[in-house]
Design a protein around this ligand. Structure first.
Ligand SMILES: [Cu+2]
Length: 591
């Protein structure tokens, strides 16, 4: 038998390629035990680490992404204390890009010669880091994503910043933020947790508890052509939405837009084989859950024998509950918790009794008629076992309480003005329903435009030292998740209802328009521009990253408080809800 030399070469190359591809960003088997990411801890006030962004194409066409530290650990958890110095050396070792379904291996090119601080090159193999939730300066080497871009072959790029001494303790995260390509990199798995230690100092109920970091990521479907499991109800015919994902069919079943994984253990459609979480019977733990999905909403629940269990809320988006009342010791419970992409929740959960199997599930989220199908599905089975390994990290058992906040509670500060923004979508060709969709996040009065990173003109100019109210409408038929860099905000109103939250967020869901009501649904947020760290230009956007990549973003410049007018924070106050001193409604005139 004659075998062509070329065939042998091709087979050998393919084999070599597969071995190489599988060894980059390796992932656990489905059904396996949920392992914690490796912890990198600060020492003597400094956390210095190397992070290398890597990727590799898989045989099914998907591209995996991850970060590795110097020891090769995948997407480690960065653990710091308030006031610590963080020094990260980021190397870009990205080599592959997906172009539709064709894979294009990219040779690692020589040093790009462009200055990573100013180049603004945003290509599929560019990368950078955003520290989601941290109130650190929006400047190069700290937390700038508007210009900072590291290319393959560049020297390791240094991030160096101080965690603010008053940063609330909790769960934050890091991920790449290259405009136009964020979704690809996040879907592939480029994300990791960052923990500001001391949550037990803010919430006594967490003291002494073992903790777990659970990162839920989404990814392209492993089995896109499989029919739904037989156990599922029959659902309407599978449709795709305008972003090309499985469309919301309103049932909670059928094909989801994306698969999910938990700490990289895949839980693929259609059978959703759950990962395994071992816990000692009845053990109380603090679970720190990050929704690092690119587009998938979560609605988490823990079930024992199908019954939802109480989850004791400790923090949202890195901010302890009842921040405005640190003496409050009680813990509010919920039996399900909604998490838009980018959001985090930390809650206390009790392990099941021996013999009882629990489940961590996400329930369906109604993303609107234009949204993706976010189905009901299992994530992990919770197995009570007295042999379960002890958690590697435990919170301090007799912590010093946090000092009281140095600034007044955001809810008690009157805003200097009210701004109006809205999410909207438009077909490129209104007469062609199959044409591409443009995504906008517009300051009311400005012309809706897909975000242009190079425009140089901020959409909003604010003043450091002030507080503003932003009313953000959703004029589209699908959910969007509003996120702003550098700061937290207080949710005041949600879909016309006043809410009384005692914590802050950095990412919030904005309900979709039903197509009938006279008014668009909105949220009202109190935006906190008081921290001098945030002076500079940064972005706000939808955290469904395919929307952000396609333009649903805006920029804001926060100018320094002028020294001559320290009354900025007091003099210009208005009462947004009460009419004696109404707020200036800030709209751009439409000439
Ligand atoms: Cu969106």
């Amino acid at each position: 038998m004659k075998i062509s030399v070329w065939a042998i070469v091709v087979v050998l190359c393919l084999a070599h390629y597969c071995v190489r591809a599988e060894s980059v960003c390796p992932r656990p088997e489905q059904g396996s035990k949920v392992e914690e990411p490796e912890d990198l801890r600060s020492q003597n006030g400094v956390l210095e680490a190397q992070l290398t962004a890597r990727n590799a194409a898989q045989s099914n066409g998907a591209i995996r992404y991850c970060y590795t530290d110097a020891a090769g650990h995948e997407s480690p958890t960065l653990r710091v204390h308030p006031g610590d110095l963080v020094i990260l050396h980021l190397t870009n070792a990205l080599t592959e890009v997906s172009h539709g379904t064709a894979l294009m291996p990219m040779p690692a090119h020589a040093h790009s010669a462009a200055n990573p601080c100013t180049s603004g090159i945003m290509s599929p193999v560019s990368t950078n880091l955003h520290f989601h939730g941290l109130t650190i300066p929006p400047v190069c080497h700290q937390d700038d994503v508007m210009k900072t871009s590291v290319q393959p072959g560049d020297a390791p790029f240094e991030y160096r910043f101080k965690v603010p001494a008053n940063e609330p303790p909790g769960l934050y995260w890091y991920h790449p933020h290259i405009h136009g390509f964020s979704k690809e990199q996040l879907l592939g798995g480029a994300s990791g947790a960052l923990i500001v230690e001391g949550i037990e100092r803010a919430k006594k109920a967490a003291a002494g508890l073992p903790e777990r970091v659970l990162i839920i990521r989404d990814q392209d479907l492993v089995n896109p052509n499989a029919p739904p499991a037989k156990s599922e109800p029959v659902v309407p015919k599978f449709l795709i939405d305008r972003d090309g994902d499985a469309a919301n069919n309103g049932t909670g079943f059928g094909k989801p837009a994306k698969d999910l994984s938990i700490n990289y253990v895949p839980v693929p459609y259609p059978d959703y084989p759950p990962a395994t979480l071992e816990i000692r019977p009845g053990e109380k733990q603090l679970w720190r859950v990050l929704n690092a999905s690119a587009i998938t909403y979560l609605n988490l629940s823990v079930l024992f024998n199908r019954i939802p269990q109480p989850l004791g809320l400790v923090a949202m988006d890195g901010v302890p509950m009842n921040l405005n009342d640190p003496l409050k010791d009680s813990v509010d419970t919920q039996n399900h918790i909604g998490l838009p992409p980018g959001a985090r929740v930390e809650f206390i959960v009790n392990g099941p009794a021996e013999g009882v199997t629990g489940l961590l599930v996400t329930r369906t989220v109604d993303t609107g008629p234009g949204g993706e199908n976010d189905t009901n599905r299992m994530l992990a089975k919770i197995v009570a076992s007295s042999n379960a390994l002890e958690s590697s990290t435990k919170l301090e058992s007799s912590p010093q309480p946090l000092p009281p906040p140095s600034e007044a509670w955001l809810g008690s500060i009157a805003p200097v003005l009210v701004r109006h923004l809205y999410f909207s979508e438009k077909l490129t060709d209104p007469n062609d329903p199959t044409s591409a969709v443009e995504f906008y996040l517009t300051v009311d009065g400005q012309e809706p435009k897909m975000f242009d990173m190079n425009s140089g003109i901020p959409n909003i100019v604010a003043k450091q030292g002030t507080v503003e109210d932003w009313i953000i409408e959703n004029r589209s038929r699908e959910l969007h998740a509003f996120h702003i860099h550098q700061l937290h905000f207080l949710l005041l109103e949600y879909a016309g209802r006043q809410v009384n939250e005692d914590f802050l967020r950095d990412t919030v869901n904005v309900p979709y328009y039903d197509g009938r009501s006279l008014a668009y649904p909105s949220v009202r947020l109190r935006m906190d521009f008081r921290d001098p760290n945030i002076v500079g230009t940064f972005v706000y956007h939808c955290h469904l990253l395919e929307h952000e990549d396609k333009g649903m973003m805006g920029s804001i410049r926060v100018d320094p408080a002028s020294p001559a007018a320290p009354e900025n924070n007091a003099g210009a106050q208005c009462d947004a809800r009460n009419s004696k001193t109404p707020c200036k409604e800030f709209r751009v005139s439409k000439n």
